[in-house]
Design a protein around this ligand. Structure first.
Ligand code: HC0
Ligand code: SF4
Length: 575
């Protein structure tokens, strides 16, 4: 530890702290715009400047380390003036249509401008206008709201190793874009949305499809049903100011019902179904010399990444559709038949932690009902769903806790944990364990594949069968793992890959959290904790125990891996 003084207060802090971190320990929040812990420590935006006694000029606290005896002032007149001036300079080229901006209320620039009492028209000058890039199915980029913090660039490069965006040109003309000014749709972007949740302003956002959902709900000829993904129950509350990791399952259901959906179901139902199919596929490949390792295919950002960068692994991908798509497929076949509704009149809306799900639902290999009827009509992000709830005037915190509808609302704990990295793996192991041992095993926890590390490995021997598994999240980690497999340095039977670091709980469609939270709280760990908590308390924790899934096989699909199941629930991937 070293001894320092912050604003006159003596303080002992760990030796390697930055001033920003040290101040936080003293309960002082220094504002930041560009800094993101671990991925973007570039000291560029100059908002976090502080006064260090003896230093020639103000220093950027996000990158400046403390040392013994250092005396720091975080709020002097000089500091305040510098920050205000920086904000006014940023605003001089900023598109200030803040009233209706998608990030109004959660914009980090707006918050600071307000706190520092800026004159938004202090500096005026020439402005370059850029066309909004709306080429991609999942998101748009509006450079008129970009502040060049480069947090998106860092997320795409460091977390995902996709690296399709960066700063183009120099000086006054500097702007974020794709290489050679290509449109986002024309580069190897995987649609993960990690750039969006890193963005402090309204420069990056998902393509909002809520209008289409409102329209379907208002259309009496449509039977509109909704399926929230496993992770939404532990993140939606954040959009209403609740603490990170609050489980709002019951209120989420109540809200969906009050929005006017004709059925409030659960992607968890089809997560259980996915396990039935995927565990069967795994055992089949193990027994019959099929292609190994089997790799999960439910994360569409990962699928796109695989298609672009690792086409030699496409045969390793599970042929199972993702739970989102399986839900839609079952809704427009089995459920349609049961209800006597024409599949073309069923409108399936999903609520996903993910922007790549918009891309996945539009893939042309995803139509169980045929005739070009998509399995899923609209994939909303958590943020869009929250927007609908707000517009409907629902007081979210005061909603009662309600239950999902039957039959596509039943699920087990195995489905809930899909939302965290390692969850799909553990769910599959729970079922494979019972199938291989022929027993109803009471021990269901496979804790080795839990946790937020990017790459987790374990070896299990089940009824004499050795299973080497890995769970990986974040595409930079996936790239490393696959390169190692290519080089013969690692080998497995079964791998789970999730595109976003930490899995869906930390997806690119989740509620945004400002850097002041992201830099000091592990969002993915808190959200995952809540998921495992729910699993632990559920009466059924293995996918094959799901009564609605059993009924689906009895009444319609016969058995896992059947011809009919393949027709409806499986697909193929091509480069
Ligand atoms: Fe996930 Fe999913 S768990 S990808 O991680 O598998 O998006 O939450 O909905 O489809 O179930 C996301 C989350 C899902 C799917 C499920 C899977
Ligand atoms: Fe990069 Fe993902 Fe953003 Fe595409 S969506 S630019 S891959 S971070």
């Amino acid at each position: 530890n070293v001894n320092i003084k912050i604003n006159g207060m003596p303080l002992s802090v760990p030796k390697d702290s930055t001033i920003l971190e040290a101040a936080r320990q003293a309960g002082i929040e220094i504002p930041t715009l560009c800094y993101l812990k671990d991925i973007n420590a570039i000291g560029a935006c100059r908002i976090c400047v502080v006064d260090v006694k003896g230093a020639r000029s103000l220093v950027a606290s996000c990158v400046y380390p403390v040392n013994e005896g250092m005396e720091i002032t975080t709020n002097s007149e000089k500091v305040q003036k510098a920050r205000k001036q920086t904000l006014e300079l940023i605003l001089s080229t900023h598109n200030k249509t803040c009233l209706s901006c998608v990030r109004s209320g959660s914009c980090e620039l707006q918050k600071l401008s307000n706190e520092y009492g800026v004159d938004e028209n202090h500096y005026t000058g020439e402005n370059i206008t850029y066309p909004v890039d709306r080429s991609a199915p999942h998101m748009y980029r509006d450079n008129s709201k970009c502040i060049l913090c480069r947090r998106c660039v860092a997320a795409c490069d460091k977390l995902q190793s996709v690296s399709v965006i960066g700063a183009n040109e120099r000086g006054f003309k500097t702007h974020i874009g794709c290489t050679f000014e290509n449109d986002l749709a024309d580069v190897a972007c995987v649609s993960c949305g990690q750039c969006i949740v890193a963005c402090p302003t309204g420069a990056l956002s998902e393509n909002d499809q809520t209008a289409e959902v409102w329209k379907a709900i208002a259309d009496p000829s449509k039977h509109v049903i909704v399926q929230p993904a496993p992770s939404i129950r532990v993140t939606l509350g954040e959009a209403f100011g609740m603490p990170v990791g609050t489980n709002v399952k019951g209120k989420m259901v109540a809200a969906a019902r009050r929005l006017g959906f004709d059925g409030v179901f659960d992607t968890d139902f089809s997560a259980d179904l996915t396990i039935m199919e995927e565990a069967t596929e795994l055992l089949e490949r193990l027994n019959n010399g099929g292609k190994l390792p089997l790799i999960t295919s439910c994360s569409p950002g990962w699928i796109k990444f695989c298609e672009h960068n690792f086409p030699d692994f496409l045969e390793n991908l599970s042929s199972c559709k993702s739970p989102q798509q399986m839900f839609g497929a079952v809704a427009k076949t089995y459920y349609a038949k049961k209800k006597g509704i024409d599949p073309k009149d069923i409108f399936v809306v999903s609520v996903m932690p993910c922007t790549a799900k918009k891309f996945e639902s539009g893939r042309d290999d995803q139509s169980a009902a045929g005739n070009g009827i998509p399995d899923v009509d609209i994939a909303l992000t958590t943020r869009e769903f929250a927007r609908m709830i707000k517009r409907a005037g629902l007081n979210f915190a005061e909603l009662p806790d309600e239950e999902f509808d039957a039959p596509l609302g039943a699920s087990t704990g195995a489905a809930v944990i899909f939302g965290a990295t390692g969850g799909v793996m553990e769910a599959a192991l729970r079922t494979a364990n019972d199938v291989l041992t022929g027993k109803d095993n009471k021990a269901v926890d496979f804790t080795e594949v839990r946790g937020t590390e990017g790459i987790k490995e374990a070896t299990y021997t089940i009824a004499g069968t050795e299973l080497k598994v890995a769970a990986v999240s974040g595409l930079a980690n996936a790239r490393k793992l696959l390169n190692d497999i290519r080089a013969g340095k690692r080998s497995y039977h079964f791998i789970e890959v999730m595109a976003c670091p930490g899995g869906c709980v930390n997806g690119g469609g989740q509620p945004t959290q400002p850097a002041s939270v992201r830099n000091f709280v592990d969002l993915k760990a808190l959200r995952a904790k809540s998921i495992y908590e729910e699993d632990k308390n559920l009466p059924l924790r293995k996918s094959h125990e799901n009564p609605a899934v059993k009924a689906l096989y009895d009444e319609f699909l016969e058995k896992p891996g059947s011809h009919k199941a393949h027709e409806i629930l499986h697909t193929t991937y091509v480069a």
